[in-house]
Write a protein that binds this ligand. Structure first.
Ligand SMILES: Cc1ncc(COP(=O)(O)O)c(C=O)c1O
Length: 500
């Protein structure tokens, strides 16, 4: 390992770096806030650090090097789809015409921004076979909640208030049952069959006049395509329920198959996954919520609508023939789900990605994501258990259970040892039905060389498990922070700096 150019492990707080009088060297007058903020709102006694610009730049650059990100290395975090974020998306979202636009600007002065929202909404509807999408929800889980509120309203309008059960397969992401419970539904957990799929036989046992919604992720969180999806949607519809598609795994499907064609009534997308929006560290998300025709009137407000211009106002291109406005007059809508209209910068990024790839390009994205996942799956099966040894979609699971029995080394230890070898750890211990699980998702943009070096790192770790397990129990040792007490970190997080 080469010697570091500075001590990466030292992490002085920005508050401890400064010296009185260093701040604002490059700001005329030293108190620029006076110009923008009324004096009555400014405080003299704020314990803010007094740092030079250079100190601040170095501090944050150093911090950025203490963590791991997609721009630094391979990030195979299953179910989270950590894709490369093309810089052109950020360039588009940062354009002053978008970034400086106030959300309350009149529609007439925001035509470009409204057109972005309209075209994204139309593109998603056509890609996923739904009648319409709301761009309102701020994340996948938020859209799940919106969808279930729509289902509730729909059944109330039909006089079917007894429908109070939401069926959730046991492979589902935790947000599915959480959203259902939050919305006041009772959650029925559905066991998977030995093939890791929803069991239609088990489903039939729980369907009835109290069924409201069945939530399904396809491909599921084992990375397997639910090949009986047509039977499942048929059975749920026959019982009078609605089908919800959790689109977190849409990177495996986009351009190749459409949930609308599979019979889903409601769905969400995580544009912060499939459509290359940065989302590490719980960052801002974007969860468009799609519905079939019979549920469009319930979508959150506002929706962007296009109005045909009069002939004398229309320009030559198709988009010049339309004007756009925000429509709030939707009496059956569940109402707004967040402040303002959407996480707008993400809408710009997603549309930039869609237009940069085009329809065929998006189809190829999914195909390459599936190819990369299967390449890894077959290679890793040479030295780790793969509980579902069949063609997967964009991700797959391996299990360290046998390894644990033989050597005491757990999935957690494998994950930590990968950090020492320069790779982000895969998702661990999810889905819950696979013991000692690692869930690996390479995405489409990784090269064969990167995939090969990941396989070799994991192979080396598994070999080390037999030869020197203590090395793995101690990992990671090359990262800025070593192995943490994860229970304490979750139960007693220390997230705030307080002045001494
Ligand atoms: C399958 C699945 N469903 C739902 C979600 C929730 O999405 P979000 O994190 O955007 O709320 C996730 C997130 O990882 C997921 O993997």
């Amino acid at each position: 390992m080469s010697a570091p150019v500075f001590d990466r492990t030292a992490s002085p707080l920005i508050f401890d770096l400064g010296q009185e009088g260093r701040a604002n060297r490059y700001v005329e007058g030293g108190k620029p806030l006076d110009r923008f903020v009324p004096k009555s709102l400014l405080r003299d006694d704020l314990p803010l650090p007094d740092n030079s610009e250079l100190d601040v730049v170095r501090h944050y650059t150093r911090l950025s090097q203490r963590t791991f990100g997609i721009d630094l290395g391979f990030y195979p975090l299953g179910s989270c789809t950590m894709k490369y974020n093309p810089r052109i998306n950020d360039a588009m979202a940062g354009k002053p015409e978008f970034a400086d636009l106030h959300p309350f600007v009149p529609d007439a002065l925001a035509q470009g921004a409204l057109q972005v929202m309209y075209e994204l909404e139309r593109s998603l509807s056509s890609l996923f076979g739904m009648a319409a999408f709301s761009l309102n929800p701020a994340a996948g889980a938020h859209a799940e909640l919106g969808a279930l509120l729509i289902a509730k309203r729909y059944f109330r309008d039909r006089g079917e208030v007894q429908r109070d059960k939401v069926i959730v397969p046991d492979t589902a992401h935790g947000t599915n049952p959480a959203s259902a419970a939050m919305c006041g539904f009772k959650v029925i957990s559905l066991p998977s069959d030995e093939r890791g799929r929803v069991s239609v036989e088990e489903l039939n046992k729980v369907l009835g006049p109290d069924t409201a919604v069945c939530m399904m992720t396809n491909p599921n969180t084992l990375g397997l395509f639910e090949d009986r999806v047509a039977d499942i949607t048929k059975a749920v519809h026959a019982a009078g329920g609605l089908m919800y598609y959790d689109g977190a795994n849409a990177n495996a499907l986009m351009g190749n198959a459409r949930p609308g064609d599979m019979g889903f009534d409601l769905m969400h997308l995580n544009t912060h996954k499939t459509f290359t929006i940065p989302h590490g560290g719980g960052g801002a998300g974007h969860g468009p919520l799609g519905v079939a025709e019979h549920l469009v009137e319930y979508l959150p407000t506002p929706m962007v609508v296009a109005v045909k211009k009069d002939d004398d106002e229309a320009g030559p291109s198709p988009s010049d023939r339309l004007s756009f406005r925000l429509d709030f007059d939707r009496p059956k809508s569940i109402g707004p789900m967040r402040s303002f209209w959407s996480n707008f910068a993400h809408a710009v990024r997603a549309l930039a990605y869609i237009y940069a790839n085009g329809g065929d390009g998006l189809k190829r994205v999914s195909q390459l994501a599936v190819l990369n996942a299967n390449y890894l799956r077959v290679k890793i099966a040479e030295f780790l258990e793969t509980p579902y040894p069949e063609i997967c979609r964009h991700e797959f699971v391996v299990s360290a259970q046998k390894l644990k029995k033989e050597t005491g080394v757990r999935a957690l230890d494998l994950a930590k040892a990968l950090l020492d070898r320069g790779f982000m750890a895969p998702t661990m211990y999810f889905p819950l039905i696979v013991p000692e699980c690692l869930m690996i998702e390479p995405t489409e943009t990784e090269s064969k060389e990167t995939l090969d070096s990941f396989v070799e790192a994991l192979r080396d770790i598994v070999a080390t498990a037999s030869e020197n397990p203590d090395e793995l129990f101690a990992a990671p040792v090359t990262t800025v922070v070593g192995r943490v007490d994860e229970t304490r970190a979750a139960r007693q997080p220390d997230l705030r700096w307080r002045p001494a």
